[in-house]
Each structure stands twice: as structure tokens, then as C-alpha cells.
Design a protein around this ligand. Structure first.
Ligand code: FAD
Length: 266
């Protein structure tokens, strides 16, 4: 299988750098092809602007979605974007690896999503009408591919637990897992998270590495997070609200899961 690892850490000798090297070696030894996009090493430009779209006329008002669609369809995107899109289309699995920064991904990685996720590729796909909101949430161009987040935090696991002050980790990661990955069609696996990295001694590092290795070994067989498909009949059209009879029991973001047992999000 083919794996794309996109990582966002400025220091290769960091914990994140060590985890990335470990993942590459583990996956290659298991016979997988691995490509790495190391965003800081690539000096990745995070901000979208008119230069992304080679057929955008200077002076013309920039409407990003329309410009993105035009450039994507005309093969007129800036070369760095097109290269990353080819890697995405090549991959059977996408791993996004990052330290949690202000409860989300570092800006450079968000900028990778903003720029690489073109209109017509990751969104704006399929029929958009008063009956349908396109092919998204379980459908789309990346259907059939798998994705997983690899995240490190300063905070303790308890800070991110059900009653933890930071909010539940699965809720913090929902915009990425559901809004960016599942939206574009990926089957999303529960994230691999290492908490309390400031107190990571050699013993816990080795234990974390072993757990991470097991997650990589089961990348193709692990059951994905059971998000509800947009076009599977669970949502009202066109409001896209979950049908009232389906929301009993779980609350919050968990209403978007088809089942609420057996899947541990962290
Ligand atoms: P490093 O600092 O490189 O390493 C951490 C520890 O891991 C080291 O001290 C060492 O003990 C061990 N280690 C590293 N490499 C190895 C190795 N090769 N072998 C064995 N052990 C090793 N945290 C939160 O919880 N929530 C937030 O919202 C948040 N926001 C942040 C915002 C910013 C801007 C910053 C800078 C930090 C934030 N943090 C937050 C903390 C951040 O998530 C952690 O510092 C980060 O996840 C640690 O990962 P690292 O790769 O930088 O670790």
C-alpha cells in the first residue's frame, strides 16, 4: 500500500521528528511505499493568494473557491499545490502528524489543507442542488482511502477526557477528522495521541513507540470512526440536520456517529 505522511514540526530532532522516522521505517519494512511531505523542510507556503492560481488575472477580484476550481480544472495551479495533490491521489492512506498547538494543527499544516484541498478535488464535488449537497462526508474524491492523525500534546490525557478542562480530544479533533478528512471521503481512524510529552521518559517513549507501531501495523484493518454518511438517509434535506428520531441518546458531536459503542476515539 502507499502511504503519504504529512508532518508539521520545525525541528527534525524533536519527538515528532523521531515518530516520523519510526513510522517511515516501520511502514517500509512492512512492504509499504512511503512518501513524506515535511512541511517546514519544504518551506511550505501556508497562505492562499492569487499566485496559487496561474490563470487568475492580476487586478481581478479574487474569489478563492471559483479561482481554485478554474485553476484545478485547467491544470493551472502553482506547482507546489499540484505536486501535493498528486501525492494525495497516489496514496492509499494519509497520515497527518503534528504537535497540538492551541488545540489544533500548526498553521503550516492548516495552510497545506487550505491550498492543496482544491475546489473540484476535496470539495465542490458531485451534484449540488436543492436536493443534494454534493459528494461529501463519506463520499468524494478520496473515498476508499484511509486517514489517521498522529498528535502529541503537552497536556495530560485527563485534561482531554470526558470531563477534562480542555474538552474531549475527539471533539477538538472533530473539525479535522470529520470536517477535513471524512468530508473529502477518507475513512478516518481514531487518532494516535501521545499526551504529557514534557514528562516523556525513555520508558514511556518506548511504550508509546510500541503502541504506535501496532497502530501502523493495523492501518488497513482497523475499523474507522463510524461517522454518518451525508447521503445515507440520516440527514434532512436541505437543512442537513440529523433526523430527530436519530439523535436520542448521544449528544454533542457524538450524534454524528452511527454507533456509540466499541470505538475509542483516543
Ligand atoms: P519535544 O519537545 O521534541 O520532545 C518532548 C519530550 O519527548 C522530550 O523532552 C523528551 O523527553 C522526549 N523525546 C523527544 N524525542 C525523543 C526521542 N527521540 N526518544 C525518546 N524521547 C524523546 N499542548 C497542549 O496540550 N495543548 C495545546 O493547545 C498546546 N498548544 C501549544 C502551542 C504552541 C505554539 C506550542 C509551542 C506548544 C503547545 N503545546 C500545547 C505543547 C505541544 O503540544 C508539545 O510541546 C508538543 O506536542 C511536544 O512535541 P515535540 O515533538 O515538540 O516534543
Amino acid at each position: 500500500m502507499r502511504v503519504l505522511i504529512v508532518c508539521a514540526h520545525p525541528e527534525p530532532r524533536s519527538l515528532n521528528g523521531a515518530l516520523r522516522e519510526f513510522a517511515v521505517e516501520r511502514l517500509r519494512r512492512a512492504g509499504h511505499e512511503v512518501t513524506v511531505s515535511d512541511l517546514y523542510a519544504m518551506n511550505w507556503r501556508a497562505a492562499v493568494d492569487g499566485a496559487d492560481f496561474l490563470n487568475h488575472e492580476p487586478g481581478q477580484i479574487l474569489k478563492v473557491e471559483a479561482a481554485s476550481k478554474r485553476a484545478y480544472e485547467a491544470d493551472a495551479q502553482s506547482a507546489d499545490i499540484a505536486t501535493e495533490q498528486r501525492k494525495l491521489l497516489w496514496a492509499d492512506a494519509l497520515l497527518l502528524q503534528f504537535p497540538l498547538w492551541w488545540f489544533s494543527m500548526p498553521a503550516i499544516l492548516k495552510g497545506w489543507i487550505d491550498r492543496v484541498y482544491a475546489c473540484g478535488l476535496a470539495y465542490g464535488v458531485g451534484e449540488h442542488s436543492d436536493r443534494r449537497w454534493g459528494d461529501r462526508y463519506g463520499e468524494g474524491m478520496f473515498k476508499g482511502k484511509r486517514a489517521m492523525l498522529i498528535v502529541t500534546t503537552g497536556g495530560w490525557a485527563s485534561h482531554y477526557s470526558e470531563r477534562g478542562i480542555n474538552g474531549r480530544m475527539e471533539d477538538l479533533l472533530f473539525p479535522i477528522n470529520h470536517g477535513m478528512l471524512y468530508y473529502a471521503g477518507f475513512d478516518v481512524l481514531r487518532p494516535f495521541v501521545i499526551y504529557r510529552t514534557g514528562k516523556l521518559d525513555e520508558g514511556r517513549y518506548r511504550q508509546s513507540q510500541a503502541e504506535f507501531g501496532a497502530r501502523l501495523d493495523t492501518l488497513w484493518t482497523t475499523k474507522p470512526i463510524p461517522y454518518r454518511m451525508q447521503n445515507g438517509g440520516d440527514y434532512q434535506i436541505p437543512s442537513m440536520e440529523l433526523k430527530p428520531e436519530l439523535s436520542a441518546g448521544p449528544h454533542g458531536l457524538d450524534i454524528h456517529l452511527t454507533e456509540n459503542s466499541g470505538v475509542d476515539h483516543q
